[in-house]
Design a binder for this molecule. Structure first.
Ligand code: SF4
Length: 118
């Protein structure tokens, strides 16, 4: 496993796969503590209301297909950057935990990347 700093990770995610993990038919799980914060940050950014299906434990599920372009509402489609990167949810911070198909960052972190570029 190789450590990757924020700059390198951003370069890989924005330049090589355009944040594939933040778009498509995926669901982002928020903890109970994260739901209100996520909603208020979206409102502060003028992104409109966040629809999050409420879970039994008080957490929420944000379904990307509910938003334009089938993207996480926090993903900037012009830059492929997360608009709340320093405050992103725990699920986003933890990803990727392992080598993941279609995720070039995971290939770098978990040692399967020998190409050095996209
Ligand atoms: S909050 Fe940010 S890192 Fe997490 S899925 Fe949305 S755009 Fe991606």
């Amino acid at each position: 496993m190789r450590a990757v700093d924020v700059e390198e990770a951003s370069s890989i995610c924005m330049g090589r796969c355009r944040a594939a993990c933040c778009q498509g038919p995926l669901v982002l799980r928020l903890s109970r503590e994260e739901v209100d914060d996520f909603r208020s940050r979206a409102a502060s950014l003028g992104l409109g209301p966040v629809r999050a299906r409420t879970l039994e434990d008080g957490g929420g599920l944000v379904r990307f297909t509910d938003y334009p372009g089938d993207r996480c509402p926090m993903l900037d489609p012009d830059t492929w950057a997360c608009r709340i990167y320093s405050h992103r949810p725990g699920r986003c911070r933890d990803f990727p935990e392992r080598l993941t198909p279609g995720c070039p960052l995971s290939e770098v972190v978990f040692g399967e990347d020998d190409a050095g570029g996209g």
